[in-house]
Design a protein around this ligand. Sequence first.
Ligand code: SF4
Length: 184
Amino acid sequence: MKFSRRQFLKLGGATSALLASSGHALPAAAAPQSKIKWTSETATICPYCAVGCGIIVGTRDGKVVNTEGDPDHPINGGALCSKGGTLRQLANNDRRITKPMYRAAGASEWQDVEWDWALDEIAKRVKQTRDTNWIETESDGRLVRRTEAIAHVGSAALDNEECSLLIKAVRSMGLVYVEHQARI
Ligand code: SF4
């Protein structure tokens, strides 16, 4: 019979419980309290690099209390590098920026701004840049309809569906400089 690593760990837990109920409980020092007791588990993908390791996030009372490699994930089989292994620090971090910030041209300080303002401003500047730098035809008259004034950088944390939508959006705006963070 074949077991996945996760099934094996569950079987180990069940065996421990059986030992306990039969009066053969492990000594307290050998059975520390589970760090994921009373947590909800959610499967996710590591946001850092293009390997795309699977991670299980444990949350309790709406707060991330544990992250660990997903033993059933086909990419990493439960293993994580040191960066992915410390992912919990990304979610629980006082220095994490949670609002958009803006630094005006020539200014030295960043300021907090509202999402509505930031999104309107991005849309306005993208349109303005695109319209000002639109190339309708090449010098030989060939129709190209592109702009070389805007570039787009994708992310390894995006899934196939998100990538498909993004590439349609940026190509429809005439972008030709489209790159991926994992290739830089
Ligand atoms: S755990 Fe490490 S190797 Fe895996 S996706 Fe994250 S950063 Fe990349």
